[in-house]
Ligand binder design. Structure first.
Ligand code: MLC
Ligand code: AMP
Length: 481
C-alpha cells in the first residue's frame, strides 16, 4: 500500500527492516528501526494520555538530540501539528508565535523558556525526553489525515510580519519523495546532521527524507568543522548537508580533503559563493551539490547527483516540481510539495499565489541553456545571514523606538563567511555626539528584543538616508561614510 503521509511511510520502512540503524548519537549509541518504532509509540501514547491528540498544536524549540527526534517522530505519528521555533528567539519573538499559533503544549529544553511558556498560558510544557507518565500502548496508531497540518512554520514570506506557513502531511511527503529520488537516497546512506531542527533545512529536508529512505543519521548537537569530520570518519557517513557559512569554514580547514569520502555534500538555504565552491573543488575534488528550497515548499531545484553541478546555480526543478519565470523574472512554482497557505491570513495567502495558482517565491532568477536556475535577486529586502533570514523592517521598527535614533535603514553587507552581515545605517539624535558608546547602546537595545543573529554587527552613522521621490529609502545607494 502506498503511504499517504510521511509517518505512515516511515512505519512501513521500519517494519520492513526492523534491525536497520536509524539514529546514532555522538557517543556512538545506535537506535534501530524497531527501537525507534517502539519508543515513538510509547511517547505517542504518553502524549495522547496527557491530552495531546491528533490536530493539537505543539511548539517545538530545542537543540538537536536523538531524544528530540524520537519525540518529533512520536508527534508526527500522532498527527500533532508541530510549530517549530528558533531556540535563539527572545521572549518577545516567542510571544508573537504563541499568540498567533496558540499551541496547547510545548517541547523546549531551556528552563527559562519553559517557565516563560507556562506563565504565558501554554497548558503543558515539557522537555524533549517527554517527562510524562507512561501510558499503555494500545494497538497501532490510526493513520494521520494527509490533508491535515503537519507543520506551522513561521517565516516572513516576501514581506511583513512573520506568518505561519501551513504544510500538510501530503506536502511533506511529496517533498521528501522527490528529494529521495533526486538525491538517490538509499538505506545504505548515513547523514551527518549538524543543522538546527527547527527550520525546513534540518527538519523537513534532511531528517524527514533520511527517515523515508530508511537511512541513518549521526546527530550532532552543534556544528563545528572538526565535529563534522570526526563523525564522518568514525561512522562512515555518506552524506552531509549544510548552509554556505558551514562550507566557508570547511573550505578554510586543512581537513577539507576528508569531504571526498562522502557520496554527496549538499548546500542550501542561502547562495553558496562560487569562490567557496571552487576552493573546495580545488582542494578536495568535491563538487558541492547546491539546491534551492523554502519553508513554504521544501525543496524546489537541485544540481544533479549524476551529471554536471554548476557553481553559482541551484540546478533544475526536482521531480514533481514545475517552475517558471514570471513578470520581472520572478520565480514561480507549482507542485504537491507547495504549502497550503498562511495560518489565519487569507490576504497574505492570496497575495502569495498568482491568479492561476502558482506560488510566488519572492526570488528572481535566470535559466541557462541547460535549464539550470540561477537566483539573481529577491523581490523583498530579506537578508540571509548564516542561513537565517532577517527582515530589515522588523529591526528598523525596533531601532526607531530608541530615543537616540532619528532614522534608520538595515541592509546586508556581502561577506564570504556569513553570506551577508546585518548592517545598520543610523541617523542619530544630536545628543548622541556626546555618547561614545551609541553602538553598544543600540546593540543591547536590539539584543534584548531579538534573536542574536538579527542584531546588526556593522553600524554606520550617517547624516541622512538616501530617499527617492516617494520617500522610500534607496538601499542600493547606502554606502559606508
Ligand atoms: C550564530 N550567530 C549568527 C548566526 N549564527 N549571527 C548571524 N547569523 C547567523 N546565522 C552569532 C552567535 O549568536 C554568536 O554571537 C556569533 O554569531 C558567533 O557564533 P558562532 O559560534 O561562530 O556561530 P555558530 O554557532 O557556529 O553558528 C553558525 C551556523 C548557524 C552557521 C552553524 O548560524 C547555523 O546553524 N545556521 C543554519 C541556519 C539554518 O538551518 N537555516 C535553514 C533555514 S530553512 P555572539 O554575539 O555570541 O558572538 C531554509 C530553506 C532551505 O532556508 O532552502 O533550506
Ligand atoms: P526560508 O524562508 O528560510 O525558507 O528561506 C527561503 C529563501 O532562502 C529562498 O526564498 C531563497 O531566497 C533562499 N535560498 C534557499 N536556498 C538557496 C540557494 N541555494 N541559493 C540562494 N538562495 C537560497
Amino acid at each position: 500500500m502506498s503511504a499517504k503521509s510521511l509517518p505512515q511511510a516511515w512505519e512501513q520502512v521500519w517494519r520492513a527492516a526492523p534491525e536497520a540503524v536509524v539514529l546514532i548519537d555522538r557517543s556512538g549509541q545506535m537506535y534501530s528501526a524497531q527501537e525507534v518504532l517502539a519508543e515513538s509509540s510509547q511517547r505517542a501514547a504518553s502524549l495522547a494520555a496527557s491530552g495531546v491528540r491528533s490536530g493539537a498544536r505543539v511548539l517545538m524549540s530545542c537543540s538537536p538530540s536523538v531524544d528530540l527526534i524520537l519525540t518529533y517522530i512520536a508527534m508526527m505519528r500522532l498527527g500533532v501539528t508541530i510549530v517549530p521555533a528558533n531556540t535563539g528567539y527572545t521572549d518577545r519573538e516567542l510571544e508573537y508565535i504563541v499568540d498567533d499559533a496558540k499551541p496547547v503544549a510545548a517541547v523546549v529544553d531551556e528552563p527559562a523558556k519553559l517557565r516563560w511558556l507556562e506563565r504565558h498560558g501554554v497548558e503543558m510544557v515539557i522537555g524533549p525526553a517527554l517527562d510524562l507518565p507512561q501510558a499503555p500502548v494500545t494497538g497501532d496508531l490510526p493513520a494521520v489525515d494527509a490533508t491535515s497540518a503537519a507543520f506551522i512554520a513561521y517565516t516572513s514570506g516576501t514581506t511583513g510580519a512573520p506568518k505561519g506557513a501551513v504544510l500538510t502531511h501530503a506536502n511533506l511527503l511529496a517533498g521528501s519523495q522527490s528529494l529521495k529520488q533526486e538525491w538517490q537516497w538509499t538505506a545504505s546512506d548515513r547523514l551527518v546532521m549538524a543543522l538546527p531542527l527547527f527550520h525546513m533545512h534540518g527538519l523537513g529536508i534532511c531528517l524527514n527524507t533520511l527517515l523515508l529512505a530508511g537511512g541513518s543519521s549521526v546527530v550532532l548537537e552543534k556544528f563545528t568543522v572538526d565535529g563534522v569530520f570526526d563523525a564522518i570518519a568514525e561512522f562512515n557517513a555518506t552524506m552531509f548537508s549544510g548552509v554556505p557559512t558551514m562550507y566557508s569554514r570547511i573550505a578554510a580547514s586543512d581537513r577539507v580533503t576528508e569531504l571526498a569520502s562522502l557520496r554527496v555534500a549538499m548546500s542550501g538555504s542561502a547562495p553558496l559563493p562560487i569562490s567557496v565552491w571552487n576552493r573546495i573543488a580545488k582542494r578536495s575534488g568535491v563538487h558541492i551539490l547546491e539546491r534551492y528550497g523554502m519553508t513554504e515548499t521544501v525543496v524546489l531545484t537541485s544540481n544533479p547527483v549524476d551529471g554536471i553541478r554548476k557553481a553559482g546555480t541551484v540546478g533544475r526543478p526536482i521531480p514533481g516540481v514545475e517552475l517558471r519565470l514570471g513578470e520581472g523574472d520572478a520565480v514561480e512554482v507549482r507542485g504537491a510539495n507547495v504549502f497550503s497557505g498562511y495560518l489565519d491570513r487569507p490576504h497574505a495567502t492570496e497575495a502569495a499565489f498568482a491568479a492561476d495558482g502558482w506560488f510566488r517565491t519572492g526570488d528572481v532568477g535566470s535559466i541557462d541553456e541547460d535549464g539550470y536556475l540561477s537566483l539573481v535577486g529577491r523581490t523583498s529586502e530579506l537578508i540571509i545571514t548564516g542561513g537565517y533570514n532577517v527582515y530589515p523592517r522588523e529591526l528598523e521598527d525596533i531601532l526607531r523606538e530608541h530615543p537616540l535614533v532619528v532614522d534608520v535603514a538595515v541592509v546586508g553587507t556581502p561577506d564570504e563567511e556569513w553570506g551577508e552581515i546585518v548592517t545598520g545605517y543610523v541617523v542619530l539624535d544630536e545628543s548622541a555626539s556626546a555618547y561614545s558608546s551609541w553602538r553598544d547602546t543600540l546593540m543591547s537595545h536590539a539584543a534584548e528584543r531579538l534573536a542574536p543573529y538579527k542584531v546588526p554587527r556593522i553600524w554606520h552613522r550617517v547624516r541622512d538616508l538616501p530617499r527617492n521621490a516617494m520617500g522610500k529609502v534607496v538601499r542600493s545607494e547606502l554606502t559606508p561614510p
